[in-house]
Design a protein around this ligand. Sequence first.
Ligand code: DGT
Ligand code: CA
Ligand code: CA
Ligand code: ZN
Length: 560
Amino acid sequence: MINKEIAKIFYEISEILKLKNVQWKPAAYNKAARVIEDLDDDLKDIYKEKGIKGLDEIPGVGSGIAKKIEEYIKTGRIKKYIELKKSIPKGLIEMLNVEGIGPKKAQFLYKKLKIKSVTDLEKAAKKHKIKELERFGEKSEKDIEESIKFFKKNKNSKRILLGDALGIADEIISKLNAEEILVCGSARRMYETVGDIDIAATGDKKLIEKFCMLGKRILAKGNTKASIITKDDVQVDLRVVPKKDFWSAVHYFTGGKDHSVELRKIAIKKGMKLNEYGLFKKDKRIDTGSERDIYKKLGLQFIPAEMRENKGEIESATKNKIPELINYNDVKGDLHVHTKWSDGENSIIKMVKEAKKIGYDYIGISDHSQTRKIAGGLSVDELIKEINEVKKVKIPGIKVLIGNEVDILGDGSLDYDDKVLSKLDYAIGSIHSGFSGDVTKRILKAMENKYMNILAHPTGRLIQERKGYEINFKEVLRVAKETKTLLEINAHPSRLDLRDEMIRTAIENGNKLIIGTDAHSVDGLRYMKFGIGQARRGWARKKDITNTMSWNELRKMFNR
Ligand code: DGT
Ligand code: CA
Ligand code: CA
Ligand code: ZN
């Protein structure tokens, strides 16, 4: 799959063009990059089958960009990209990855202070040169210092997003054709980022050979295990074990480490020994090989993988108090969905049909509101038209609802007036701008509006990109409960917001949650599992997650 590589180049071209003050082209490259990134089919295959015309047909890819994809497929490079990169100091592009530094500010800093890298920027902030500039001040200098810290931490960590990890794992697993095979480690625990991918399988030496063919580099190769680096520069470890040991191995390699350490202590206390081959008493194996049996023989209730972080789950298991977690097939609908009407790639009909294919009972369309112009936000007239359009859609077996992702404005009011909002089936409130102000205040005020039913991505973080805005979470929880506003678990792999620990806090506080994919294409609807994974990591039960209910029950909650 070359899609990721090409998307990365297009994102960078978009950034460089922005730095050069080029109009509209950056948006075109950015859009193309997003579409390509989400594409199911390999661009290479599309090109092989249908030539440049096939590329041109991809929504968001115009003929100019199609030519560049062709060039990359044929020559492995894009000349224009190389030229552009040469035309601008390398560090300046990197600087754009520091939150709060956009193309305009980067250019300005370059002109005024000759800042052309993150290191320069850090030095200037330390010497307090930035706060003296017009348009900057003490606060923005502090913010920049904070953002640089965050940037550096992520640059050195090299972890990948859960969504990418599971994608890579699936691809490898499908190519290996092993009798039994499962992804383990942090990916199985559905942790938001993954250091390396761990896979356990049953098979023989041939499986190891096959596996090693899949990487661009082999790190280690033995009779029972091997490690490779994939073309996306991700490390994958494979362990091959005899059939009888499969689930013991899976349990061992799932971890998490701290959880396993605690289990081993319990085993020792009971005169047993736990390792990757199972549970032993005087060298005699005493478990049947199932994960369930390992816990049972240790005198514990079964603990689902997503909970194995040594954060109180073992104690709960001794008391038989592990909650019955929401299951991956419990969700009945998705209410956070974008279409072509704002910045999505696909039509309403296409999204609805895909939702039906997934097996949902309902889907809610929630495009952007009027102020959010860069994301194609809908004017009042356009929203009315969309409402009518959605009401016309009739597909048996699935109910289609019309909502909106309404911006919460600077003063905490919503981006449409109540009269307009009352025409919707529901409204999602979102903070999309003004991150450095008093966001809590705006959220609290917005939630008091009886038409706002859901608070989207409550912290605004983007994993490994930006920390998100500061909120007083306790206050948000209190008012959300009071006003019956649902908190979203945004399932987009780079958001996962609320995150696991906050989900747990919200549930302990008695708040109700909803999982939304924030899909901008049909593929995006498939993100639901990542959100459910986070919910399970937050110890959520079915009843805590409201889109496990029917639309009728939900509607009553919404007072519609
Ligand atoms: P990651 O890769 O940083 O996202 O996190 P994990 O949890 O996947 O950690 P990883 O890949 O180092 O190891 C996977 C699991 O295998 C880990 O959760 C427990 C087990 N494991 C690996 N190495 C060791 C070890 O040296 N000792 C013990 N007790 N367990 C290990
Ligand atoms: Ca791992
Ligand atoms: Ca590993
Ligand atoms: Zn959205």
